[in-house]
Design a protein around this ligand. Structure first.
Ligand code: KG4
Ligand code: ZN
Length: 336
């Protein structure tokens, strides 16, 4: 069965074709980063308008690269939420209209389930159960995953998400948007021991996170340095970036290992945009090796938002018997 999937929850328009037996066939992506950069963050109205412009050309592109026609599609999947309301509406209404016009079932997918299952795109033999560290711009959660649709929340952030901590501290340092990759690149030239930033809740007995205190600590340090020395030098910025990254990665690493010990599971899956962070990847690989376990990441290009993870999550739901394919009522589902 061939499923076409649409992602439009934030600033990426993604379209993909997934076969329930053979996996990912093709995916196309348009990132709006260049458009939002001048505003220092995502402008929701501009995001929605750009999704409208991109979704049809990307659909044609993905069909072309898979060498397929519309007749070969058996179901349509789309991100139903969470995300920006207007942006979600573009993908959902396009997908529902597509499905309605061709009398196909439409499958609403939770954006985080898309991220959560995306490491299986590259490791189809990864078995359940596993622990998932979900680290995106809007969410930071640790879940126990016993199967498709069987998720238990073990811990989550009480304030900012990990990606948000990267983005906001990067903004304080004048690094622009999106902050995560920019801060991470700069951190490579810096000394992570230069600033002893707090690792909030690292020793708490639960699996929850908090990043707002770290953001305040970085802000206070940046202001103090600017007051003392004037505009920050490249090395000062790199040291700040490396120290901030190290604090975030330390907390994510420690909580992931705590979750492995607490559940007794040996497989860790990392998903969401922050999963692209090199330092986090290396750290978790080393820690899981010591623990005699394994860690799985999505391919780098599928860490951040994309259509492949949405079509793939729909395929996994179909394979698990969780989708009523006879339902072609096209009731509209969007949950911002
Ligand atoms: O999953 P995602 O694409 O969108 C959401 O669902 O939020 O995640 C985007 C987040 C942003 O906060 C971005 O700064 C962060 O992922 N990110 C990174 C890296 N690449 C993306 N954070 C740290 N290091 C990276 N290399
Ligand atoms: Zn996402």
């Amino acid at each position: 069965m061939i499923i076409i999937g649409f992602e439009s929850s934030c600033d990426e328009t993604g379209v993909a074709l997934v076969c329930t037996e053979r996996g990912l066939l093709a995916h196309s992506l348009h990132s709006q980063i260049a458009m939002h950069q001048q505003y220092g963050g995502v402008v929701p109205e501009l995001a929605s308008r750009d999704h409208i412009r991109r979704v049809l050309p990307l659909t044609r592109e993905v069909l072309g690269s898979a060498g397929m026609t519309l007749d070969q599609i058996d179901a349509v999947a789309y991100t139903a939420g969470p995300g920006l309301a207007g942006a979600l509406l573009v993908g959902a209404s396009f997908a529902q209209s597509f499905a309605w016009a061709r009398s196909l079932p439409a499958i609403p997918i939770h954006h985080l389930e898309g991220h959560l299952l995306s490491p299986l795109l590259a490791a189809p033999r990864l078995d359940f159960p596993f622990v998932a560290l979900l680290v995106s711009g809007g969410h930071t959660q640790i879940m126990r995953v016993d199967g498709v649709g069987r998720y238990e929340l073990l811990g989550e952030t009480l304030d900012d998400a990990a990606g948000e901590a990267f983005d906001k501290t990067a903004k304080l340092m004048g690094l622009g948007y999106p902050g995560g990759p920019a801060l991470s690149n700069l951190a490579q030239q810096g000394d992570a021991r230069a600033h002893d930033f707090p690792r909030p809740m690292i020793h708490s007995s639960n699996l929850d996170f908090s990043f707002s205190g770290l953001k305040t600590a970085v802000m206070t340090r940046v202001r103090a340095l600017e007051k003392a020395d004037g505009p920050l030098s490249a090395q000062q910025l790199a040291d700040l970036a490396a120290s901030t990254e190290s604090a975030i990665v330390d907390v994510l690493g420690a909580k992931s290992i705590k979750a492995m010990k607490q559940t007794g599971l040996k497989r860790l899956v990392v998903a969401g945009g922050v999963g692209a962070n090199r330092h986090l990847r290396t750290r978790l690989l080393q820690d899981m090796l010591k623990l005699g376990g394994q860690v799985f990441f999505p391919p780098l290009d599928l860490c951040t938002d994309n259509g492949a993870m949405i079509a793939f999550a729909a395929a996994m739901r179909v394979n698990a018997g969780l989708v009523d394919l006879s339902d072609t009522s096209h009731a509209f589902t969007v949950r911002p």
